[in-house]
Design a protein around this ligand. Structure first.
Ligand code: SF4
Length: 401
């Protein structure tokens, strides 16, 4: 083990990722035994001796003490870590518990057979078009689910309130915690809009911000350890500005014109950025694709406007890329080795596959694996998704949705 202690964390990460570990059975320092593989890695999974599956993020260090030395104990970005893979344990290791498990890493000389995702290199093992087709189909499934959710919200709360709630949620994409997801339910647009309507236009953004901020359990942190564009306070200010602009004509009124133009996404993104100064094109596109398009499609479906449904679907299919996040870097890039930019519909397909199949470990039911025909759940042994590697530069959830 001595020579490994001298190696960098990067080298240890690489060995873990490639399966150069001594055994698929990894010893935890509390005496329990856990079977790998898993992800400075997202959504690692281990099966215990009793067959229980444990999931969580995994952080790699040479020394157990590095967890404290690096300040992870006080860093909210590391709250999701459940597994601590170390080359050498020590008295400074965080206390092992059911919530935080320190695992001892022992290197192996050659990759363990069967380690990692069964779909590795899929772009070279399949015709790439087959992979693109799977992604496009998955993207449409994800869009259909979003439309169904929007329809439910419209039926429950009405079109304007449904659009508001989905917009609020989409403004929070990529931020840690459920703050924006709950906000739309805690602060209703009907109430906020009525309150803002009684104010002069120049006072509305600040009041909207104040009311929305009260809907958070904790104040949005202006010095949170994320890049500035991902700070909750900034996003909240942009959202407040949008809502202040929409008081008189409503959110639907603000976007109804742009969304039925020949290039609806570009037009809606432009309108959104005018109403919410400082919002980047990529972020605005994410919001339009995830919130506005589903509401428009749901409304068109409810009102029997088939032409509008088709136009929205066509806009979805043709939407430009949404920027990368760790999932789109992980699955197509690191695992499948799929080259080229990823359009929005296929980007959404990646998210769909990851959330519905990779994260819960359903390789046996995954359409990529089905196409490859390499792995069956009937194999009788646990075989997980070892990748999802995520160095500290890309924390959970950053990037587009
Ligand atoms: S669930 Fe599918 S895409 Fe994810 S790792 Fe398994 S086979 Fe690959």
């Amino acid at each position: 083990m001595g020579r490994w202690v001298e190696l960098s964390e990067e080298a240890v990460c690489r060995a873990w990722e490639e399966g150069r570990v001594k055994s698929a059975v990894v010893q935890s320092l509390d005496g329990g035994r856990h079977r790998g593989p898993g992800p400075d890695f997202r959504d690692a999974r281990f099966s215990t001796e009793t067959g229980q599956i444990l999931t969580g993020d995994l952080e790699v260090h040479r020394l157990a003490a590095d967890w404290l030395t690096h300040g992870h104990d006080a860093d909210p970005a590391y709250r999701s870590v459940r597994f601590h893979l170390v080359v050498r344990a020590g008295p400074e290791a965080p206390a092992p518990s059911g919530e935080f498990i320190t695992l001892a890493f022992e290197p192996g000389d050659v990759p363990l057979p069967g380690w990692g995702e069964p779909c590795r290199g899929a772009a070279r093992r399949l015709v790439p078009e087959e992979l693109w087709a799977i992604l496009r189909t998955a993207g449409r499934e994800r869009f259909a689910a979003k439309v169904a959710r929007a329809r439910t919200l419209i039926l429950l709360f009405g079109r304007e309130e449904a659009l508001y709630r989905l917009l609020v949620r989409a403004f929070g994409y990529g931020l840690p915690g459920p703050g924006f997801g709950l906000l739309g339910f805690r602060v209703s647009w009907t109430r906020l809009r009525a309150e803002l309507a009684g104010l002069p236009a120049d006072q509305r953004p600040a009041r909207a911000y104040g009311v929305l901020a009260e809907g958070f359990d904790r104040p949005p942190d202006p010095v949170s350890p994320v890049r500035p564009a991902n700070r909750a306070g900034l996003r909240l200010r942009q959202l407040a500005s949008l809502l202040a602009v929409a008081v008189d004509q409503g959110l639907w009124g603000l976007f109804e014109g742009p969304i039925f133009r020949p290039d609806p996404i570009r037009a809606a993104v432009a309108s959104l950025r005018v109403a919410a100064p400082g919002l980047g094109v990529g972020r605005a596109r994410v919001i339009v694709v995830n919130a506005l398009l589903p509401v428009v499609a749901a409304w068109a479906g409810l009102t029997g406007d088939d032409g509008a449904v088709d136009r929205v679907r066509a806009a979805w299919d043709a939407a430009p890329g949404l920027g990368s996040n760790f999932i789109t870097r992980y699955l197509p890039g690191r695992v499948w080795k799929l080259d080229g930019p990823i359009p929005a519909a296929e980007h959404q397909g990646c998210l769909y596959l990851y959330e519905d199949f990779c994260r819960p470990g359903r390789c046996g039911a995954c359409p990529v694996n089905e196409k490859l025909g390499v792995y069956s759940e009937r194999d009788g042994h646990f075989r997980g998704c070892a990748g999802r590697r995520q160095r500290t530069a890309a924390r959970p959830g950053q990037g587009g949705r």
